[in-house]
Design a protein. Sequence first.
Length: 180
Amino acid sequence: MLNALIVIDVQNGFDDPAFGPRNNLDCEDNVRRLLDHWRGNGQPVVLVRHDSKHSGSPLEFGQPGNELKPGIDGQHDLFITKSTNSAFYGSPDLDGWLTSRGVTRVTICGITTDHCCSTTARMADNLGYSVDFVLDATHTHDRKATDGSVILADDVARINAASLDGEFARVITTAEAVKG
């Protein structure tokens, strides 16, 4: 069974202080560990980059923040650019590419846990893929609730993992993803 690793938006711009405090400082190292494992086992690797349409965004195309972080931008089988949350709405067509290669399982990691990673995982499940969501290879930022209070990034990640697990994905760790 082919299992494609989908690495979402691991871009320099997410280090911009405007995004606020983040969780999981091990995220990028865990993503690199997953990439080493997938590349070493000849499994498909999909890299995804968010090209923001908002002028001045740290993720705007052509800005230094738009570039993938060191160690992420290596060997890959497909490179997708997008300007929405889901990698399935990027270019080229992710679903068509996966289907044409007989991929039935996807493993998702990257930035941010609750936006692009979660949205891509939900869509992958809706499209019929088995989905592994590698929580410790994602990170997010503190979020402001509608009442003005702050939800800490660790809580945002935990809540998203709880919402995904068993419904849209199997939430796992990097160690579980690379075992075997």
